[in-house]
Design a protein around this ligand. Structure first.
Ligand code: FES
Length: 557
């Protein structure tokens, strides 16, 4: 071995040739001089990765290629060229793709950390993951891409050092979701000059109605190729997603919203790849008008259809009163009531009185968050997901309406309101409201205790008290959000917990008063505390990658 320019270089004499390699195994840093050479192949003795001595290429892609150095023999001397590599960025991007293809979280983590350390914009790995996930899962957009989109949304709220960890979680979720799946073979747009947008929109709804996958997908790709923008595609997709009640327990609209948000971060140029991946979810969606819960003992669908008939007139009447509606709190009270007809009427009346589509959808999302705030610990554990589905769906409807306030999409808000009504049993008895100790003179000193609480199971109410105490003591909400994000990222990925924290963070930005903002963050922390701690195995993988990046020694003699 020799040292040069900060490198420890292993020199190997084999079959009349001299080879120079980085002595650090690219997998987890074991010293390769302790390995074995046989027939031109070097085997590391820790996990037995094998490398071609000449090129450094590995036969075990989970390990990565080891760096080799050009060697020149000058008389009795061996000269090794340790000039910096020119192709590092391309190498890390290739490794990221390989990690996604082979579903190897350690490879993904190493690539993300290396790119981050080299100053690469987070958009680069995000785009790679988004495109990969959209192309390589025949079932189309799923939880993996949704997690990736959630992580992208959370990035600006996180501390800088937590951002690559968020990307790693998102990209690893995409890899897990595509592993073993057959790829999608995308359809081309209709040839020639495309039909007008309204025709494509009508056709798309029809093909979804009759569950014709290829026809529906072709409408999406044709609309995008013809130049439809984000607002138009929100309109087209949102109308079809709400033609049936609470489709797929809200996942259809939620996935659609996340795909559109992902494109905001990645760039609209990926729309033709990404949006058609939603089509399977549309044609396979479960329709709640076929579910007993929505039909009996009260026919909620009939109530909703009657309300939908009244929507155009209510919107027309409210148009001149926009900006003057003050009934937010009263509407939330109605939404949390036990009379579904009154809930539907309350929404229609609010619109007639001048509430915007965005305002009523925000009220419904807030009411859905209150179901989680008051979620009784006497419920079955799986019922956390019931309340989460409603909140996540209501959040999606809210954000899609912010993008494009169409009357059809507004039906999703009514669906969410009915789901809030159906979830009312989850608040019987209601969880006690947070009761923080007195105001704390240094609220930031409370945050480490939140991490301690989440090291133990079942600290739901204690975590709620701490968060409420932090905010009421004047703690900075952005620091709290970053802290909650960090606590989310140290746990093993749970699709629903990620949705909860991300939707709460998005709702937090839009809520009108500090009490409501506190409620939504306390709801998020209650959910997180109910699902923590996990094994934190995914964090362990990330930490290994991080230590390797810093050149730390992982093995012990
Ligand atoms: S194979 Fe070398 S450290 Fe794992």
């Amino acid at each position: 071995m020799v040292s040069a320019d900060g490198h420890t270089i292993l020199l190997v004499y084999e079959a009349g040739c001299v080879y120079a390699l980085d002595n650090r195994c690219p997998h987890m840093g074991f010293p390769l001089h302790r390995g074995t050479v046989r027939d031109g192949i070097l085997t590391c003795h820790w996990h037995h990765a094998r490398f071609d001595l000449g090129t450094g290429g590995t036969f075990d892609p989970w390990a990565d290629d080891v760096r080799t150095y050009p060697v020149e023999i000058r008389g009795d001397e061996i000269w090794v060229d340790v000039s910096p590599r020119q192709d590092l960025r391309a190498h890390h991007l290739r490794r990221l793709r390989e990690g996604l293809e082979r579903g190897i979280p350690l490879v993904i983590a190493k690539a993300v950390i290396a790119l981050w350390g080299a100053g690469e914009a987070p958009q680069t790995p995000f785009r790679i993951g988004l495109e990969f996930g959209a192309r390589h899962r025949r079932a189309g957009w799923g939880p993996g891409l949704t997690i990736l989109a959630c992580m992208q949304n959370l990035l600006p709220l996180l501390e800088r050092e937590d951002r690559p960890l968020a990307l790693y979680h998102g990209l690893s979720a995409v890899a897990a979701d595509t592993e073993g799946e057959s790829p999608r073979f995308p359809l081309a747009p209709l040839p020639g000059s495309a039909p007008d947008f309204q025709t494509l929109r009508r056709w798309f709804r029809h093909f979804v109605e009759v569950r014709d996958l290829e026809a529906a997908e072709r409408c999406i790709v044709t609309a995008v190729r013809a130049g439809a923008d984000a607002r138009q595609m929100t309109d087209l997709l949102g109308a079809a997603a709400t033609d049936h009640r609470y489709a797929s327990t809200g996942h259809l609209l939620d996935f659609t919203n996340k795909a559109l948000e992902a494109l905001e971060g990645a760039g609209w140029d990926l729309a033709e790849v990404v949006l058609p991946s939603l089509a399977p979810g549309y044609v396979e969606a479960e329709r709640m008008e076929e579910s007993a819960r929505w039909r009996s003992p009260i026919d909620l669908v009939a109530i909703l259809e009657e309300a939908f008939d009244r929507l155009p007139a209510a919107l027309e009447a409210g148009r001149d009163r926009r900006g003057r509606w003050q009934g937010w709190k009263e509407l939330v009270t109605v939404l949390l009531g036990a009379d579904p007809a009154a809930i539907a009427h309350g929404l229609v009346d609010a619109l007639r009185e001048g509430a915007t589509e965005e305002e009523v959808s925000r009220a419904v999302a807030y009411a859905a968050a209150l179901r989680i705030l008051y979620f009784s610990l006497a419920n079955e554990f799986s019922d956390w997901d019931t309340a989460l589905h409603t909140f996540s769906f209501a959040n999606a409807a809210h954000h899609m309406l912010r993008r494009w306030p169409s009357p059809e999409l507004l039906r999703g808000v009514f669906d969410a309101a009915m789901s809030v009504y159906l979830d009312r049993f989850l608040n019987v008895p209601p969880a006690p409201p947070p009761e923080p100790a007195e105001e704390h003179p240094e609220p930031d000193s409370l945050l480490p205790h939140l991490a301690d609480l989440l090291d133990r199971q079942g600290q739901v109410d204690e975590a709620a008290d701490l968060v409420a105490g932090y905010l009421r003591s004047g703690g900075a909400p952005d620091r709290l959000l970053a802290h909650i994000g960090a606590l989310l990222l140290r746990e093993d990925r749970n699709f629903h917990t990620i949705q909860m924290v991300e939707a709460a963070a998005r709702q937090f930005e839009t809520l009108p008063d500090s009490a409501a903002r506190e409620h939504v963050l306390v709801a998020a922390v209650r959910y997180l505390a109910a699902h923590a701690p996990t094994r934190r195995a995914q964090l362990q993988t990330y930490r290994i990658a991080w230590r390797l990046h810093r050149g730390e020694r992982l093995y012990a003699d």
